[in-house]
Design a protein. Structure first.
Length: 190
């Protein structure tokens, strides 16, 4: 199988289902940003972090491929006139969202109370978490814009929203695990 097809040389790409759209289409922006997020999570997973966090990150990366598949699917081609699904697209379910919430709750139990905003940084792993968190927020913004134009499964937006929170809490956990300084944002007095 060749990696290059030359079919996108004119600035279009195919959605799952065959519909061709411009590469700047909001649907492409949405799943492209999810792909970027997935790569950033791979950077976190490549760091010296605990095995449990790596395992959860692998699960998240798998779910992000699901999110990307959902976003890359032409909704007009996904369902037959009978209402039956034409394409075999996996789904994000409530258990995926609950996993993120449960993991955040466990991590938060061992963390000091958050009294101020935290400046991103501390060490490489923590910094990668903050980068991934901001990319996740961008993916969420793209998905909500797409949702305004063509409704998508609400669990996709919910999952991305929860994932950005998870990445923030993971950054705090990794700061604690590695004794990295967690710098609080103290606003300048007027």
């Amino acid at each position: 199988m060749k990696i290059y097809t030359k079919t996108g040389d004119a600035g279009t790409t195919a959605l799952f289902g065959g519909t061709r759209v411009p590469k700047h289409n909001i649907r492409i922006e949405s799943y492209g940003t999810v792909d970027e997020l997935n790569s950033n999570i791979g950077m976190i997973r490549s760091q010296e972090i605990d095995a449990h966090s790596k395992e959860i990150l692998i699960q998240i990366q798998n779910r992000l491929f699901t999110v990307g598949s959902i976003l890359a699917t032409d909704p007009k081609k996904a369902v037959l006139k009978s209402g039956k699904e034409r394409l075999n697209i996996p789904k994000i379910d409530e258990e995926d969202i609950t996993l993120l919430e449960t993991e955040m709750d466990k991590m938060n139990e061992a963390l000091p109370a958050l009294t101020h905003f935290v400046l991103p940084g501390g060490n490489t792993a923590v910094s990668y978490c903050h980068i991934a968190r901001t990319v996740c927020r961008r993916a969420e913004r793209r998905a909500t814009l797409l949702n305004e134009k063509e409704p998508i499964d609400e669990r996709v937006i919910k999952y991305l929203n929860r994932l950005s929170d998870y990445l923030f809490v993971l950054a705090r956990k990794l700061s604690k695990d590695t004794n990295a300084e967690e710098t609080q944002w103290i606003p300048k007095k007027l």
